[in-house]
Write a protein that binds this ligand. Structure first.
Ligand code: PHE
Length: 745
């Protein structure tokens, strides 16, 4: 039997006592890696041999160096290529490496150039040469190093030599040295036990640090992992899952059943995907449908309804459901039919919206929705449930902001405090379903129902640190990402340290988002300034197609500027105006009725403004597109928006952004100034500078009325102030103008 390499090493150490792995490799003409392998296997036996690692620097030939050792240096090759009678230079230069070889041979004085015949001819200058480079390199290759340090540096420069670090092992006998290699057993077998041989065997130690073999298995997509976690939370809280296996829904269940009026902008093809085939649904519970029709058109159950002509055709239109609340509506109707009992329902599934796609929005996403129905529920109970629910997600600091949904009242947006960003971020929407939705279903009067919803994508992106939705959903998803994403454990009951990681992921996401927003704003500003330089009229999103907004304002803080603007708009382009009183309002704003309560249904439906009087204080809010959740807040910003609309919709009317840049920025300056004065309730300095500004001017910006006049008057008219002379004159003039604008209607 041939001797194995480990055995050979043992025998060597037995006779010599000591050894060196590199020398052994040389001596035995073995690959040094094989020697290392044999040493490692001997080491694994315990203390049979003693091993000590060392490193050493060593010179080695490069590939080019090896070529030189074999064939001669480049200069010698050139010299040898020159015949005794000489050779034209171009011909000599054809050989590989001739350029280096030629200049080296010239400077060594081995060859000369003869130009006497006109053409450069190369001739030998010496009869014979010693190719020292070749000799040195080939000796080094054989292990004989006679090269001076200077020469080594030169060869290194010529890329013929390189210095490498080699690892070697000093070997000697260990305390348990012996010549026979006995492999320790890895398994205890029944035979060993039966025969008793285990007593004399050596067993291999457990390697507790070894990694296990990854089990071959499928991998859930992160969205599914987070969904499983949400489902678990709902189940723990005693909820039942609703059947959500219908992406296609009728407008009836998606909107009408939810008391969403048929003219609501969310029911527009810009926001909703409608189906062309099958275009319509026809199978409705007709008695219920009649009740829905009545509550929309005439009201009932203490509600005025919307007072419009409800059409079944609109309700029949099929669509891809825009929210999972459509499923909740079906389930609540079913519950009413079966006979009411308290229930807790949830769903987590896909919904579709015709939205502008960007880094965080797709046209389809998943909603997580919870519904609780019971007798005599109140808002505080909903807040309690939401605290409990989000606590299970590891979110404890919540804040609720009044909001508006057609189907809930009150409604609350849910914010959570972000420790990393030190600010509140929106995480969901919630509310108590309206009687206009529940009573037509036949639910008892004293039943109240909570509902809340959030997206599945946002927490998933935060959890897995994904900052572009296209990396999570769609054709660009990397399967490796799915493979590598760890199990989802939402950080329930976690301590500070564990929170750090997901927080920094949110941080990154929010930062990225801020960057995108900033870039867009910058681009818009550039476009705007270019357009104004070129004299291109400014466009707003409102100048193409429909203009349809809902404004929430408080009758205790009447936004005079907005009402004036709406009437100006009406005068110029025709606007369908309507106003409603929110049920939360104790005092009916009769004094405002005269100003703004014409139900102007003779107007074309292209432009419409709905004012909802509600106790919002000075936090006036305008909803431009309820589905995309585009909101403009604050009187001054709503005024800016409406001023742009007015300009965009009437081509001959330049009074804000179409004015020369300098004037429009002055308007903005005065808007900001008045807004600040309003916020700080400090009008003294405003009045002073305004008085200065109005010397020799009819209006704040020269001789024409601008949004600045309208807003500043509005701010001043809510306070009872003694006005300086110029201001007083201007104020009276504006008020007259305003009354004439209002009077015209
Ligand atoms: N459907 C709402 C949305 O689309 C969420 C919600 C559900 C709000 C239930 C209130 C009640 O955001």
């Amino acid at each position: 039997m041939s001797v194995t390499l480990p055995e050979k090493i043992l025998q060597y150490l037995d006779s010599k006592g000591k050894g060196d792995s590199l020398l052994l490799a040389d001596e035995w003409k073995e690959d040094s890696q094989k020697i290392v392998g044999a040493i490692k296997s001997l080491e694994a036996l315990g203390n049979v041999i003693a091993v000590e690692q060392y490193t050493r620097k060593q010179w080695e030939l490069t590939a080019e160096g090896k070529l030189v050792a074999e064939k001669g240096s480049h200069e010698a090759v050139v010299y040898n290529a020159v015949p005794d009678k000489g050779i034209p230079q171009p011909e000599l230069m054809k050989a590989p490496n001739a350029k280096v070889g030629f200049s080296k041979a010239m400077s060594a004085g081995w060859i000369v150039m003869d130009k006497s015949s006109g053409q450069p001819i190369i001739k030998k200058k010496v009869a014979s040469i010693d190719d020292v480079v070749q000799i040195n390199l080939s000796q080094l290759q054989k292990g004989v190093d006679k090269i001076s340090d200077e020469q080594k540096q030169e060869y290194k420069k010529r890329k013929l030599l390189q210095e490498v670090v080699v690892k070697g092992f000093h070997l000697s006998k260990g305390p348990e040295f012996n010549l026979s290699i006995s492999k320790p057993e890895t398994d205890l077998t029944p035979e060993m036990i039966a025969q008793g041989t285990w007593k004399s065997k050596q067993f291999k130690e457990y390697n507790l640090g070894a990694l296990g073999v990854p089990p071959p298995c499928g991998h859930l997509h992160p969205l599914l992992k987070v969904r499983a976690e949400f489902r678990q939370i709902f189940l723990e809280m005693g909820f039942t899952e609703m059947p959500t296996n219908n992406y296609v829904e009728s407008s009836f269940w998606n909107f009408d059943a939810l008391f969403q009026p048929q003219q609501h902008p969310a029911r527009d093809a810009h926001d909703t995907f409608f189906l062309s085939d099958p275009k319509e649904s026809s199978n409705f519970p007709m008695d219920y449908l009649e009740k829905v029709k009545t509550v929309h058109s005439k009201g009932g159950h203490g509600s005025q309804g919307y007072g419009y002509d409800w059409k079944i055709g609109e309700a029949q239109k099929n669509l891809l459901r825009t929210h999972s609340t459509a499923v909740s509506a079906r389930m609540l109707h079913k519950l009413a039919k079966e006979g009411f009992r308290p229930v807790k329902y949830f769903s987590i599934d896909r919904v579709f919206r015709n939205e502008t796609l960007d880094a965080t929005h797709l046209a389809e996403f998943h909603q997580v929705e919870g519904v609780i129905a019971d007798y005599d529920l109140g808002l505080s109970g909903l807040i309690g449930v939401l605290y409990e629910f989000f606590k299970k997600l590891g979110i404890e600091k919540l804040y609720f902001k009044p909001a508006y949904n057609p189907y809930t009242e009150p409604s609350m947006e849910i914010f959570s405090y972000h420790e990393g960003l030190k600010k509140w971020i929106e995480i969901g929407n919630s509310g108590m379903f309206r009687p206009e939705m529940l009573l037509p279903m036949g639910l008892p009067e004293n039943v109240n129902i909570y509902g809340w919803g959030l997206s599945l994508e946002r927490p998933t992106m935060i959890k897995y640190g994904i900052n572009n939705i296209r990396d999570l959903v769609g054709p660009k998803v990397d399967l490796q990402m799915v493979h590598d994403s760890p199990i989802c454990r939402l950080d329930k009951d976690d301590d500070q340290a564990e929170e750090q990681q997901p927080l920094s992921a949110v941080n990154a996401l929010e930062k990225e988002w801020d960057n995108i927003t900033k870039r867009i704003e910058k681009l818009q500003a550039t476009v705007k300034s270019l357009q104004s330089k070129l004299g291109v009229p400014q466009q707003t999103s409102a100048d193409c197609g429909k203009f349809d907004v809902t404004i929430f304002a408080d009758p205790m803080h009447p936004p005079h500027s907005i009402i004036t603007l709406i009437n100006m708009l009406d005068e110029k382009i025709g606007v369908r105006k309507s106003s409603h009183c929110h049920s939360s309002l104790k005092l009916r704003p009769d004094h405002l009725k005269t100003i703004f309560d014409h139900q102007s249904s003779d107007k074309p439906p292209n432009n419409s403004v709905t004012v909802i009087w509600k106790s919002v204080g000075t936090n006036l809010e305008m909803v431009v597109s309820p589905v995309a959740n585009v909101k403009v807040t604050g009187e001054v910003n709503v005024l800016r928006y409406l001023s742009r609309v007015l300009e965009a919709k009437s081509p001959d009317f330049n009074w804000y952004e179409r004015l020369p840049a300098e004037q429009s920025s002055q308007i903005d300056y005065w808007l900001d100034k008045a807004h600040n004065a309003m916020l700080k309730s400090d009008t003294q300095s405003l009045l002073k500078t305004l008085d200065q500004q109005l010397i020799n001017r009819k209006f704040i910006i020269g001789n024409d009325l601008s949004p600045a006049d309208i807003f500043v008057v509005s701010v001043l008219s809510n306070l009872n102030l003694k006005l300086p002379r110029n201001v007083d004159k201007w104020y009276k003039q504006c008020t007259q103008l305003r009354l004439s604008i209002l009077g015209k209607k």
